[in-house]
Structure formats: C-alpha cells, structure tokens
Design a protein around this ligand. Structure first.
Ligand SMILES: *[C@@H]1O[C@H](CO)[C@@H](O)[C@H](O)[C@H]1NC(C)=O
Ligand SMILES: *[C@@H]1O[C@H](CO)[C@@H](O)[C@H](O)[C@H]1NC(C)=O
Length: 190
C-alpha cells in the first residue's frame, strides 16, 4: 500500500493520540473522569422540592469530599466525607450540632462513572449533553463540547445542576476540620 504524506500524518496522529474523536466515529462516548481536585457550586432540587446550594470540594489526593450545603432560607450544613468511610455532618455556632457516620465505602473515585450505560444525547439546562446511567443510581449529563458535568440526578429524586466548575481548586484544610463537639460522641455505623 502506498500512503501519501497526508494520510501518513493522520495515521501517525491516530496512533499517538487515540483519544482524538474522528468525524463519523461510531464508538460509544464515555464520561470524562472527574478531575482529582475541583470546586463546584451546585444548585440542588431535593426530592421534597426544597432547594439548596452546595459548595462541593472534591479532593481525591487528600481523600476528602466536602459539601457545604446552604439550605434555602435555612441552615448552613457541613458534610465532610473522608475516604476511610468516616463522615461528619455538622452546623456551627452556639446551637451547633454534629453527627458522625461510618460508611463501608469511601468517597467516589475519579472514575466512578466507568461502565455507565450510554443513553444518548439531550438538551438539559440549555446545554447539549451526553447522558449516562449507572446501576439505576445516577443519571449523569456531560456537555458534549466542553465535557464538563452539567447535571446529575440520583434515584431518590435529588437533581443537581452545576453552576461553576473550577478544576484544580482546593479547600483550605482548616475549613474541613470538624468541631470539637463531633469527637465527644458515638458514631453511627451504616
Ligand atoms: C424541583 O423538582 C420538582 C420535581 O421534579 C419540580 O416539580 C420543581 O419544579 C423543581 N423546582 C425547581 C425550582 O426547579
Ligand atoms: C478518618 O479520617 C478522619 C480525618 O483524618 C478522622 O477524623 C477519622 O477519625 C478517621 N476515621 C477512622 C475510622 O479512622
């Protein structure tokens, strides 16, 4: 076979960068793994139709997943999840409360969406997205062009919409330190 220089160049490009998407490619899209560290501002509609904002600080290297929930016209709730399975839910201030829970599993891995089932494309929140579903637990929408997450829905009716997505942002350690009153009580095993 005689290759002209142009097709030789594209062959080399294909070999060195297999991730390039070719027009007309029929391979099934897969979700981009989560960046190892990011901050996202989330708008959440709970199954009760109550609304909340959340600052999500995902940090795989530190083994930490933080959600700071601002409930609509309500309390500010800290949810600090560690990869060893311990989670702290607390509020601050004079009436501060804390609940400590032990889970069997740690925080989601960056590739937690591997093996999700591809469902096709749709427009959600005004963005053209690929959609996947995993084990009837999560429905995940990713912008086709930028590959940023746009929305995810959980089986229990909680719908989460991504307002900002800052790759590489890291929460100050001092803001993920549970207050002293979290350590003077029994933890709940789940
Ligand atoms: C929240 O979700 C419920 C159920 O899907 C829907 O009826 C309601 O309009 C949503 N509220 C907002 C503010 O998006
Ligand atoms: C898990 O890590 C956190 C943060 O370092 C710590 O407070 C907690 O006690 C640890 N849990 C267990 C079961 O070791």
């Amino acid at each position: 076979m005689k290759l002209n220089p142009l097709s030789l160049a594209s062959l080399i490009l294909l070999l060195v960068s297999p991730s390039i998407e070719w027009v007309g490619s029929t391979s099934t899209p897969t979700p981009l793994p989560w960046p190892e560290q990011f901050h996202a501002l989330l708008y959440m509609n709970l199954s009760s139709s109550r609304l909340q904002m959340s600052d999500l600080w995902y940090d795989w290297p530190r083994g930490r997943n933080v959600n700071i929930f601002q409930k609509q016209l309500g309390e500010l709730l800290y949810d600090i999840e560690w990869n060893n399975g311990t989670s702290f839910y607390y509020t601050l201030g004079a009436q501060g409360t804390c609940r400590v829970t032990e889970f069997e599993v740690g925080i989601p891995r960056p590739d937690f969406l591997d093996d999700a089932n591809y469902l096709g494309t749709t427009v959600t929140d005004g963005f053209y997205c690929n959609v996947w579903e995993k084990v009837d637990f999560i429905w995940y929408y990713e912008d086709v062009q930028t590959r940023r997450p746009v929305r995810w829905d959980f089986y229990d009716g909680i719908s989460t919409h991504v307002i900002t997505f800052e790759v590489g942002a890291v929460l100050q350690d001092s803001l993920s330190q549970a207050p002293a009153y979290c350590f003077s009580q029994e933890s709940e095993k789940l």
